[in-house]
Design a protein around this ligand. Structure first.
Ligand code: FRU
Length: 463
């Protein structure tokens, strides 16, 4: 938990405009995503005193359009007793916890209290509450914290939501990180929690499990409801370092059952939320006005997050993505992700391409800078007997020497459910590239650190 210092002196002059960054500090996971009274709230893991991980507190930003964010004062600061690790926020409209007086509505944050180590013993991780009765402006820690303690130092990242109607209950989805388990708890009031079931280990288990999420979606073609369980994992994700997988299944308010569990140890037989190296800890909003399922991921990777060459800010969020479920031609239920795009945002470019995936043919999309030098990113699409691939090359994208693996290519298998020619949408915003393949049924998010903005997207074909 000691902050790691920056090893590089050069920094990119660029900062994304539509991807949220903290003005002068470090940022990791999105937390407490919730809509209330016309505002979207984005809380985030931050270090109020520096540009590397440490003193972990909940930062806060709000938006009306999901694209431009206004940073607010720290919501839940670290203190002598604990850091405030990741978690979620709910609107307690039934006042189940009793935090609201007459005429008030409480927003309640459920976060992990991460205690410092005691001698040789690792610090305890427990689940705690903080609440706001002024629409998220100021926050008070609940005096009865913690509300859930299983005497573990690897128990974190509670996602809480209401399940059912008036006679429903709160559900907490939380991980036992090292055991690679998601645990489900229920509560009538956010304060008293009962264990109901567990899920895992399953699929990718090469690293610790973190930041779970669970939500229902209707399958677009059939209207059937399926539940999606999202689990982040660090390290050992398919693109290296940290990454996020998901499971589609059913949830009855107490137990999650996956509809498909691969028995193979091939990571490409699992479902990944993103195939890039920079999409982690993704979670969705509670209480969206029109039932839209909106997610944000942290656009970095624990392999090098503390060393990326920016200052004084470090790390950005992804764009907000609207999530839907589709049954692809091979019969599998898959997530489709559509970015919420800025209408006008300086430096953001969006390009659309139609790429053939024919045997023996290679197509390359080149993202050039319009500044001096030869910095560029190449996306090669090719198909051989083994299948189609996207090779994401950021070797010549600008600053790369802050970490040994950053310049290596990422070879992404393109799913056989994607037809040729494949639609490819690319969003570039200073240091972040988000690629949406086949109308978003596969996505690839990566960071780059050029000296000048990447803009034009040229497509080159080789027979
Ligand atoms: C994921 C994570 C969480 C934890 C937080 C600490 O990136 O490790 O499990 O709550 O970051 O900042």
């Amino acid at each position: 938990m000691t902050p790691i210092s920056q090893t590089t002196t050069a920094v990119t002059p660029l900062r994304p405009s539509a991807h949220f960054t903290a003005e002068t500090s470090w940022l990791n996971d999105p937390n407490g995503l919730v809509h209330h009274d016309g505002l979207y709230h984005l809380f985030f893991q931050t270090n109020p005193f520096g540009s590397t991980w440490g003193n972990i507190s909940w930062g806060h930003a709000t938006s009306t359009d999901l694209v431009s964010w206004e940073e607010k004062p720290i919501a839940i600061p670290a203190n002598e007793q604990e850091m405030a690790f990741s978690g979620s926020a709910v609107v307690d409209s039934r006042n189940t916890a009793g935090f609201a007086a007459d005429g008030e509505t409480a927003l309640v944050a459920i976060y992990t209290s991460a205690r410092p180590p005691v001698g040789e013993a690792p610090g305890l991780q427990t689940q705690s509450l903080a609440y706001s009765v002024d629409a998220g402006t100021t926050w008070t820690r609940y005096s009865g914290n913690p509300v859930l303690d299983i005497d573990s130092s690897e128990f974190r990242d509670p996602k809480v939501f209401w399940h059912g109607g008036d006679d429903g209950h709160w559900v907490m989805v939380v991980v036992e990180a090292v055991a690679r388990k998601v645990l489900f708890y229920t509560s009538p009031n956010l304060i008293d929690w009962s264990f109901s079931s567990g899920f895992g280990p399953a699929h990718a288990t090469g690293g610790v499990w973190e930041c779970p999420d669970l939500f229902p979606l209707q399958v677009d073609s059939t209207g059937e409801t399926r539940w999606v369980l999202v689990v982040s994992m660090n390290p050992g994700a398919r693109a290296g370092g940290s990454g996020t997988q998901y499971f589609v299944g059913d949830f009855d308010g107490t137990t999650f059952v996956a509809e498909r569990l691969s028995t193979s140890d091939d990571p490409d037989s699992y479902d990944w939320l993103d195939y890039g190296r920079d999409y982690y800890a993704a979670v969705s909003f509670n209480n969206t006005p029109d039932g839209r399922r909106l997610m944000i991921g942290w656009a970095s990777n624990w392999d090098y997050a503390n060393k990326t060459p920016t200052a004084p800010w470090r790390s950005a969020m992804s764009l907000v993505r609207e999530i839907s479920l589709t049954r692809t031609a091979d019969g599998r239920c898959r997530l489709r992700q559509t970015p919420v795009l800025p209408v006008h945002a300086d430096g953001v470019t969006v390009s659309e391409h139609l790429i053939p995936l024919d045997l023996g043919q290679r197509s390359t999309i080149v993202l050039d800078t319009d500044g001096v030098g030869h910095e560029h990113v190449r996306l090669h699409f090719e198909r051989d007997e083994a299948g189609a691939h996207l090779i994401f090359e950021r070797e010549d994208s600008g600053l790369t020497d802050f970490h040994s693996t950053f310049a290596a290519p990422n070879r992404v298998p393109i799913g056989t459910h994607l037809e040729s020619p494949m639609n490819v949408q690319i969003v570039v915003d200073a240091t972040i590239i988000e690629v949406f393949l086949g109308d978003g049924v596969q996505t690839v998010t990566e960071q780059v650190f050029p000296a000048a903005p990447l803009r034009s997207a040229r497509t080159v074909r080789h027979a």
